[in-house]
Design a protein around this ligand. Structure first.
Ligand code: SF4
Length: 474
C-alpha cells in the first residue's frame, strides 16, 4: 500500500479515508444498512462498472469491505464471454454456501453480463442468489435490496438506450492512486457473430463528453496521472448535444482529454479495425501524452472466417489499418485479440492468422479457442465443427508465436530510454518500482530516493523477457 501512504492529506489518501470516514461521519452506525463485498470478473468495463455500483451503494448507506467474511451483501459482477467464465461464477457460488450457512442473513447478488444473459433462470438454478441486476440496472439496486430485505427475490435486467451513469462518480476500488479507467460509452452496435455483448450490454450510447472531462480533471486534481477511456468500440463514440448544437466524435474527445494537462497520460480501449480513423491517429500524433499503444482486435487473419464472424472488414482492410498506424505513429505498439478454431476454420485459414500476427508484430495479445455462446448469430447459423483438440493445438501455436513476437518486441527495447509512469511496488520485489512506458509495456526498476508512485522517471532498459522489461532509472 506504499502509494496510499504517499503523504498525509493527499487527496487520494484523504478520499479513501474520507470515504470510510465519510460514512462514519454522515452515517451513524444505526443507519448503515450493511457491508458489501464486490468481486469483478471479465473486461475492464466490468471493473469500471463495479466502481459505479460501489458509489450507488455508498449513497444508499452501505459500506464497502474487502473481506467476504465481513459482508452482509456479496455481489459478483460477472462475465459471459465464454462458457468457462460462467462456470467460474457457479463454482464461486458453491464456495459462498458455507458463509451463508454461518450468516443466514447474508444476501447474494449477481450483476453484469451473466445476469443479463440468464435473467430469471439464475434465480431458479442458483438458490443462493437473492438478486439479479443487468449492466443497465445498477441505479435500481437500492430498491431491489429493499425487496430482498422483505424476503423476496430482486431482478432487473432492463437494457436501456440512454443509461451511461454519467452523473455518478465512481468509487475507486483497489485504486493505486495513479491510473484509472473512465467509461465513455456503453453497449455495442456491432454484431460479431461469436459475441454475446450486444445481447448483454445492449445498443451503443455515448456519454456526455463534459462529464468525462470533469471526471478526468477531478482524477488529475486527485493525483492520478493516467486515464484509460473505455468502451466496447471507442472509435464509434459519437455524442450529439440534446439541442443538436454540437457533435463530439472520438478524435475530438481524445484531444479534449489530452489537453487537460500535458502530464496526464491518456490511453483508450477497445478499438475496432473498421472504425479506427486516420483522424484519431493524427490526434494521437499531435499529443505526446496520448500513449503510443493501440489494442486492435483482429480475431482472425482469414477473410472468409472474418466474414462468418461478421467482423465487417477483411484481412486486407486490417493490414491497411496497421500500415496507417505505422505511417502516422511509427513507435506505436499494437496488441490484439485472437480466436482460434472458429466455425469452418481450415488449417490454411489458421495459417493466415499466424501470418497476420507476423505482419502486425503484436506486442501482446489475448488469445482464446472459440467457445460457442447460446443465442449468438454463430450459434444459430454455423456448426461448431472444429474439434476441441484442433482448437487447442491451434491456440498453442498462436500463443507460441505471440511469445516469440513479444520477446522480439521487448528485446529490441534493450538499451532504449523510456519515460515511465511509476505505478507502485513491483509485485515480486518491494525494493523495485513497476510502471509502464507509452507502449503499455511493464518495466521493473530499482527504487531511488525521491521518487514515488505518480512520478515520471527516465528508465534505460537493461534486459527483457516476453512479458516484462527490466531497467534502471537514469
Ligand atoms: S465489437 Fe464485436 S466482439 Fe467487440 S463487443 Fe462488439 S460485438 Fe462483441
Amino acid at each position: 500500500m506504499a502509494d496510499l501512504q504517499r503523504e498525509e492529506g493527499s487527496t487520494l489518501l484523504q478520499a479513501e479515508r474520507q470515504g470510510e470516514a465519510y460514512f462514519a461521519e454522515s452515517t451513524n452506525p444505526e443507519s448503515v444498512k450493511g457491508r458489501f463485498y464486490i468481486e469483478s470478473y471479465g473486461c475492464q468495463m466490468n471493473f469500471s462498472d463495479s466502481e459505479i455500483v460501489a458509489s450507488i451503494l455508498h449513497e444508499a448507506n452501505y459500506q464497502s469491505t474487502r473481506k467476504e467474511e465481513e459482508a452482509d451483501l456479496i455481489l459478483l459482477n460477472t462475465c459471459s464471454i465464454r462458457e468457462k467464465a460462467e462456470e467460474t461464477i457457479r463454482r464461486r457460488l458453491r464456495q459462498f454456501q458455507t458463509l451463508k450457512a454461518q450468516k443466514p442473513h447474508l444476501q447474494v447478488g449477481i450483476l453484469g453480463c451473466m445476469a443479463e444473459r440468464l435473467k430469471t433462470r439464475l434465480l431458479e438454478e442458483e438458490r443462493l442468489v437473492d438478486l439479479v441486476a443487468g449492466p443497465d440496472a445498477y441505479r435500481d439496486l437500492p430498491r431491489l435490496l429493499g425487496l430482498v430485505d422483505e424476503g423476496e427475490k430482486g431482478i432487473n435486467v432492463f437494457l436501456s438506450r440512454e443509461e451511461t451513469y454519467a452523473d455518478i462518480s465512481p468509487l475507486r476500488l483497489d485504486a493505486n492512486g495513479v491510473t484509472a479507467f473512465i467509461s465513455i460509452m456503453r453497449g455495442c452496435d456491432n454484431m460479431c457473430s461469436f459475441c454475446v455483448v450486444p445481447f448483454t450490454r445492449g445498443r451503443e450510447r455515448s456519454r456526455d463528453p463534459y462529464t468525462i472531462l470533469a471526471e478526468a480533471a477531478d482524477l488529475y486534481q486527485r493525483g492520478f496521472r493516467e486515464v484509460t477511456l473505455l468502451g466496447q468500440n471507442v472509435d464509434s463514440y459519437a455524442w450529439v448535444h440534446p439541442e443538436n448544437t454540437e457533435t463530439v466524435h472520438f478524435a475530438g474527445l481524445l484531444e479534449r482529454v489530452a489537453l487537460i494537462a500535458p502530464d496526464l497520460r491518456v490511453r483508450f480501449s477497445t478499438s475496432h479495425p473498421k472504425d479506427i480513423t486516420d483522424e484519431v491517429l493524427h490526434t494521437m500524433a499531435a499529443h505526446p501524452n496520448i500513449c503510443r499503444y493501440i489494442h486492435l482486435p483482429v480475431q482472425s487473419g482469414n477473410s472468409e472466417v472474418l466474414e462468418r464472424m461478421n467482423r465487417t472488414y477483411d484481412s486486407d482492410w486490417y493490414k491497411e489499418r496497421v500500415e496507417a498506424i505505422r505511417r502516422i505513429l511509427p513507435e506505436c505498439a499494437i496488441s490484439s485479440d485472437i480466436i482460434t478454431g472458429f466455425c469452418g476454420e481450415t488449417e490454411e485459414a489458421h495459417h493466415d492468422t499466424l501470418e497476420m500476427m507476423q505482419f502486425a508484430r503484436y506486442s501482446m495479445s489475448y488469445m482464446f479457442a472459440y467457445s460457442e455462446r447460446p443465442g449468438t448469430l454463430a450459434a444459430r447459423k454455423y456448426k461448431d465443427d472444429v474439434p476441441e483438440e484442433t482448437k487447442k493445438r491451434r491456440l498453442n501455436e498462436v500463443i507460441r508465436l505471440q511469445n516469440q513476437l513479444s520477446y522480439a518486441h521487448n528485446q529490441a527495447d534493450i538499451g532504449k530510454v523510456f519515460e515511465v509512469l511509476v505505478e507502485g511496488d513491483s509485485k515480486r520485489d518491494s525494493n523495485s518500482f513497476k510502471g509502464r512506458n507509452t507502449q503499455n509495456k511493464m518495466i521493473v526498476f530499482p527504487k531511488l530516493d525521491g521518487f514515488r508512485p505518480g512520478d515520471y522517471v527516465s528508465v534505460r532498459v537493461e534486459s527483457a523477457t516476453s512479458a516484462t522489461l527490466k531497467g534502471v532509472i537514469i
